[in-house]
Design a protein around this ligand. Structure first.
Ligand code: FAD
Length: 569
């Protein structure tokens, strides 16, 4: 293997992982990493917890130091060195030493760009007031900690209800602040389907976090240069002596753009399957690149640590002449919010609807994470999305306590391997009562979905409920029904169903629900075999509560309008 000089821009997730892999593959290569910040390889994902003091020792965030890179990997890491430009013709980069202010050039045989993404900072009035922060680096988190220490804020506003926003909400609450989240959409965690996000919304309210949905910040007010409140489009004024902006990130692709490298439709760096850019000597990885969505085939930007690390390895393999192919992303992600686990993989139902793809079905289930007879079992809410024509699994979302992420990970891998719901039925997963169930939630999800595809049960569509027309039957016990029921449903407990068939119409569709979807499945099987046109409201009353938290909207008001009005109120 010939010795080559590989330069890497950005020394954190993608850059550091690429550098280390390169060394393992090529002992002779000269590898230099340029990092404009003070630290390479730090744990960005741990920053919210450092602010919340769950991690109190800053040094714990430093995964690898320049010394470790030098001693263990013979890799030179230059911190506080900003790469300003790329001269592709001469294969040189221009670097500014941020400590000395001097500018110098470095030649390369191969160049890897892993500059990440910058948090968006909307140009709203007052956004530059002291106390308005974004979070990306250790110095950012240090500044937020210092602000908390010095000004002892009592009220915090978090702008944006995505992963980082919710993690920050939890951590600011942990520091004793009253937290308000302002989110422009009508739900938190935008990648989730709205009804699944409802569980998170309710949980946040339970934890005394205020959440303003379908509202947007319009300005930040201050006094003596320091933020004091946030004003929203709906006219609300929220007291805030600290504000965290977490409204998404933009790929850092300016360097690539200036060098004439091809960018994708969303402004990320365009790469091929081996992470090579439009220049054969330059690779790019991580948050700065556009990659293919493994399910829809669309180009997308998925700013997550897992893909960045994998891409770093793939770029290293490709540079060393090994066959290397990035399979695309599924946006498999997990987030903890005040003890609730929220995880997802693959495509959501709303994305399929946006793409006008009608060849899918979605089922809901609410299994326990482990055998209910073993202490400590907790319910999780799962949604499985799969292709109607062939059963291929397209996506899954889970919200609950322990064990949610394990199920989503299994389904994520199933998706990666092109598996079907019939494969999920048959998946062999480990079991003991304290860890799972002999029919694991993953198996159950596969079974519920496979029942639909085999024609054993028809699904009623939750979004068609307001249109009326169906005869609604709730097969829970009377006591359960009395505690709350779907608007317009009548109650016939499952065990009385065979005796009360005469109460049901044969000339109308019958939609059946129970608490979680299992008894209603049994009921549908009975009704179908007695000649009724019966369908199951998947997930039962538990799913109803998140689909229609305010009950069915009136005929004149659409569901989206209703939700926006209710949430903004
Ligand atoms: P980064 O890790 O951001 O590294 C890019 C580096 O390049 C930066 O240090 C930057 O200073 C440097 N750089 C940029 N331009 C230049 C230049 N011109 N010259 C020199 N250096 C330059 N992902 C998850 O999967 N799970 C999580 O729980 C999670 N939590 C997160 C929490 C926070 C607060 C943040 C900010 C991110 C989180 N992420 C999480 C996202 C994850 O950290 C990123 O997807 C990942 O770090 C991207 O890797 P990267 O190498 O592309 O960019």
């Amino acid at each position: 293997m010939s010795s080559k000089r590989v330069l890497i821009v950005g020394g954190v997730a993608g850059g550091a992982s690429c550098a280390a892999r390169l060394r393992r593959l090529d002992e002779q290569a000269e590898i230099v990493v340029f990092e404009k910040g003070p630290y390479p390889s730090f744990a960005n994902c741990g920053l919210p917890y450092y602010i919340g003091d769950a991690i109190s020792d800053e040094a714990k965030l430093l995964v690898a130091t320049p010394e470790l890179f030098r001693n263990r990997f013979n890799i030179e890491v230059r911190t506080e060195q900003e790469v300003l430009g790329i001269n592709r013709g001469e294969r040189k980069i221009e670097v500014k030493d941020l400590r000395k202010g001097s500018v110098y050039q470095e030649p390369y045989d191969a160049l890897v760009l892993s500059p990440g993404a910058v948090p968006a900072r909307p140009p709203l009035p007052g956004v530059d007031l002291a106390g308005v922060f974004t979070l990306r680096t250790i110095p950012d988190s240090r500044a937020i900690r210092a602000w908390i220490q010095e000004s002892q804020p009592r009220n915090a506003a978090v702008v944006g209800g995505g992963f980082i926003g919710l993690e920050m909400a939890e951590n600011l609450a942990r520091r004793g602040m009253k937290v308000t989240i302002v989110e422009m959409l009508d739900q938190v965690i935008p990648p989730l389907d709205r009804e699944m996000a409802e569980y998170v919304y309710v949980h946040l309210l339970d934890k005394h976090v205020s959440v303003r949905l379908a509202d947007a910040v319009e300005r930040f007010n201050g006094s003596e240069g320091r933020v004091t409140s946030v004003e929203t489009r709906s006219g609300a004024r929220i007291q805030a002596d600290v504000v965290i902006l977490s409204v998404g990130v933009k790929p850092e692709s300016q360097l690539a753009k200036d060098a004439g490298l091809e960018l994708g439709p969303q402004g990320g760096i365009r790469v091929d399957e081996s992470m090579r850019t439009s220049d054969p000597c330059i690779w790019a990885v991580g948050d700065a690149v556009e990659v293919t969505d493994a399910i829809t085939g669309e180009l997308c930007i998925v700013p997550l640590a897992g893909p960045a690390n994998r891409q770093g390895r793939i770029a290293a393999d490709a540079i060393c002449g090994r066959p290397a192919r990035f399979r695309g992303v599924q946006a498999t992600a997990v987030c903890g919010v005040f003890g609730l686990t929220v995880a997802m993989t693959g495509v959501s139902e709303k994305r399929l609807q946006q793409a006008k793809d009608a060849d899918y079905e979605a089922v809901y289930l609410h299994p326990n994470d482990h055998a209910s007879y073993y202490p400590g079992a907790s319910e999780m809410h799962l949604k499985l999305i799969f292709r109607r024509s062939d059963g291929v699994v397209l996506g899954a979302q889970g919200v609950g306590g322990q064990g949610v992420e394990r199920r989503i990970d299994v389904i994520s891998f199933a998706i990666q391997k092109g598996s079907t719901v019939f494969d999920l039925e048959e998946a062999e997963l480990c079991y003991a009562p304290q860890f799972g169930m002999a029919k694991d939630p993953v198996n159950l999800a596969g079974m519920v979905a496979a029942n639909v595809l085999r024609g054993d049960v028809k699904l009623a569509k939750w979004d068609e409920l307001p249109n009326g027309g169906a005869f609604l039957v709730d097969v829970r016990e009377e006591k359960e029904f009395d505690r709350g029921s779907i608007d317009g449903a009548i109650n016939i407990p499952l065990d009385q169903l065979r005796q009360r068939l005469s109460e049901l119409p044969k000339d109308r569709p019958i939609w059946v629900n129970c608490a979680r979807g299992q008894r209603s499945y049994y009921a549908v099987r009975i009704l179908q075999q007695h000649g009724f046109d019966a369908s199951n409201l998947s997930g039962g009353y538990s799913t109803w509560e998140v689909w229609y938290p305010e009950g069915l909207p009136s005929a004149e008001v659409t569901q989206a309008e209703q939700t926006s009005q209710d949430r903004a109120a």
